[in-house]
Design a protein around this ligand. Structure first.
Ligand SMILES: C[S@@+](CC[C@H](N)C(=O)[O-])C[C@H]1O[C@@H](n2cnc3c(N)ncnc32)[C@H](O)[C@@H]1O
Length: 327
C-alpha cells in the first residue's frame, strides 16, 4: 500500500530537518511503549516534537496502510456512501484524514480529537502544506476522549490504533460515544495482535447489540467465530524509515484488525479470505469467513471460473467475488 504522493511529499519535507540519528534514538522508546500496550504515560503519547517526528518516520506509513486498507474495504461494500464530514478520534498526526480523503475526495469538513499537543501541532503543520482545503483547514480539538465530550456528528467516524491506548474500562464507553456521533459509518482499527483483535471483537458485538450493521470485514452479523482475525498490508519503507528503524528490508508487513459498522446495511459478502491463500499446482487453498462460519475451500483448475477468480486473491479480499451488476 503506497501513500498518496501528496502525503509522501509532505512527510518527507517535514522530516527533512531532523537528523536521522536523532530520530533513530527516539524510536526504541516509542516502539517499546507501543508494543507494551501501556496507556499513554503522563497523559501524553509523546514527550517532544522529536518523538512525533520519529513516530511519523517509523509508524505513520504503516498505520496509513492499515487505515487505507480498512477504508477501501468500506468503499467496496458501500458504493452508495459519499461522506462529506469526518471525525477522527485519537487522530495522532492526522494520518486517518489523509487516507480518508484519498478514498472519498468529497469530504469537506474534518474534526480531529487529539490531546497530545506535539502530535496535533505536527499534524497541523503537515496538513498546512496540502492544497486540499479539507486537510489544511481541519479542526483540531485538544480533548481527552476518556472524559465526556461532544462534537457535531459526522458521516464518517474513525478511531485507529487508539482503543488499546485507553484504560480497558473506557474502551466500550468511548465506542458508544463514537457511535452516537456517527451519521453513517464508524471504522475502528487496532494492531493485528491477539489483544488488538479481542478489543475489536468486543466492541463489534457491543455495537451490533445497539443496532449497527457490519460493513466489513465480516460477512455476517452473528457472533464472531474467530479467535484471531486480522489482516496484513505490505508497506514500502522509505530510506528515512529504514534508517530510523535500523532496518535493512525495503518493506514491512503491517498487521491490523478492524471492523466497520454502519447505520444502513451494506452489500452482502459471500466470504472473506482470512489468511494468505496457498497457491499449489493446479489448486488454491483458501481460508474463508462466511455467513455460516469459518471454512476451508480448495479451488481447483477444474472449476475454471472460480480458479480464475481465486488466482489473484490476497488476504482480506472477498471470495466468491460479488455477482456482476445486472446490465
Ligand atoms: C497510536 S496513536 C494513533 C494515531 C492515529 N490514529 C493513527 O492511526 O496513526 C494513538 C493516539 O491517540 C491519542 N490518545 C490516546 N489517549 C487519548 C485520550 N485520552 N484523549 C485523546 N487522545 C488520546 C494519542 O495521543 C495518540 O496520538
Amino acid at each position: 500500500m503506497e501513500m498518496s504522493p501528496a502525503l509522501l511529499n509532505a512527510l518527507e519535507k517535514s522530516l527533512a530537518d531532523w537528523p536521522v540519528k536523532s530520530l533513530a534514538e527516539a524510536v526504541p522508546k516509542l516502539s517499546d511503549r507501543y508494543r507494551s500496550g501501556d496507556p499513554a504515560r503522563n497523559g501524553t503519547f509523546t514527550e517532544s516534537l522529536r518523538d512525533v517526528a520519529a513516530y511519523a518516520a517509523y509508524r505513520l506509513p504503516a498505520t496509513y496502510a492499515a487505515v487505507s486498507s480498512a477504508l477501501h474495504a468500506v468503499f467496496e461494500r458501500r458504493l452508495d456512501f459519499t461522506p462529506h464530514s469526518l471525525l477522527d478520534v485519537g487522530s495522532g498526526p492526522g494520518t486517518g484524514m489523509w487516507a480518508a480523503l484519498d478514498v472519498w475526495p468529497d469530504i469537506e469538513t474534518i474534526t480531529l480529537l487529539e490531546r497530545d499537543r506535539h502530535m496535533a501541532s505536527w499534524g497541523q503543520a503537515l496538513a498546512a502544506s496540502s492544497p486540499t482545503p479539507a486537510l489544511s483547514q481541519a479542526h483540531w480539538h485538544a480533548i481527552d476522549i476518556t472524559r465526556s465530550w461532544r462534537e457535531n456528528p459526522s458521516d464518517l467516524v474513525m478511531a485507529s490504533y487508539v482503543l488499546g491506548e485507553l484504560p480497558e474500562s473506557r474502551q466500550v464507553p468511548l465506542v458508544a460515544a463514537l457511535w452516537e456521533h456517527t451519521l453513517e459509518v464508524l471504522v475502528l482499527i487496532e494492531p493485528g495482535t491477539p489483544e488488538g483483535f479481542k478489543r475489536i471483537r468486543k466492541v463489534r458485538q457491543t455495537l451490533i447489540d445497539r443496532g449497527a450493521n457490519v460493513v466489513a470485514p465480516c460477512p455476517h452479523q452473528g457472533t464472531c467465530p474467530s479467535d484471531w482475525c486480522h489482516f496484513s498490508e505490505r508497506v514500502a519503507r522509505s530510506r528515512i524509515h529504514r534508517q530510523a528503524k535500523g532496518a535493512s528490508l525495503a518493506y514491512e508487513d503491517e498487521k491490523f484488525a478492524y471492523v466497520a459498522l454502519s447505520r444502513t446495511p451494506a452489500r452482502p459478502i459471500a466470504g472473506r479470505v482470512v489468511r494468505h491463500p496457498e497457491i499449489g499446482k493446479g489448486h488454491i487453498k483458501l481460508e474463508l469467513c462466511t455467513p455460516t462460519g469459518l471454512t476451508k475451500r480448495v479451488v481447483t483448475r477444474m472449476d475454471r471460473e472460480a480458479f480464475r477468480a481465486a488466482r489473484h486473491l490476497v488476504w482480506g479480499n472477498v471470495f466468491p467475488p460479488d455477482p456482476s451488476p445486472p446490465s
